[in-house]
Design a protein. Structure first.
Length: 178
């Protein structure tokens, strides 16, 4: 298991993980038509643009298996809505189903937390669809429910909740995860 900063050459791998995890994690939650419309090519193009930009506020880490295959990713950076308590944000984290419950997610969170702390943030939140069964992962990491809102995905209005950590030091890597 290896975690590192993403590079532009990771765009296709990120697209594969992104599309595949959305289709498995959000089946029965997000409209089927929306999940079916997800495209590896379109997602790879967006990832390529994101990874090639030099002025973005956030950072992206990938997790690789023992063969060097990208099996997950996490993105994070400054909290995007101006929350007065939670200054950092874990924007997204996705790990392929076959690699979940093996430490990849924890390593990705630790990498994001480490980067947040290096850039002066000491708190963090993440928004999660209320029906997402992976909510237990954030609870296991000590996240507390702190916010609620609704978002629209594929024409459906879906509730989501935010988990917050007022002090992210407990999530900091105990070893070098990069």
């Amino acid at each position: 298991m290896h975690t590192r900063l993403a590079q532009p050459t990771d765009a296709a791998a990120l697209a594969r993980v992104h599309v595949d995890t959305w289709r498995t994690a959000y089946q029965g939650i997000v409209p089927d038509e929306h999940l079916a419309s997800l495209s590896y090519e379109a997602r790879a193009k967006r990832w390529q643009e994101t990874l090639s930009a030099t002025d973005g506020p956030g950072f992206i880490y990938v997790a690789q298996d023992g063969n060097g295959n990208v099996v997950g990713f996490a993105t994070g950076g400054p909290e995007r809505s101006g929350d007065p308590i939670y200054r950092g944000e874990l924007y997204a984290i996705y790990v392929l189903a076959g690699y979940q419950r093996k430490g990849f997610g924890r390593h990705l969170v630790a990498a994001i937390v480490n980067q947040l702390m290096q850039t002066g943030f000491d708190s963090m939140l993440i928004w999660v669809l209320t029906q997402n069964p992976s909510r237990k992962f954030y609870e296991a990491l000590g996240g507390q429910l702190v916010r609620e809102r609704e978002i629209v995905i594929g024409g459906a209005t879906l509730p989501e909740v935010a988990y917050g950590w007022p002090d992210i030091r407990s999530l900091a890597p105990k070893e070098d995860c990069r």
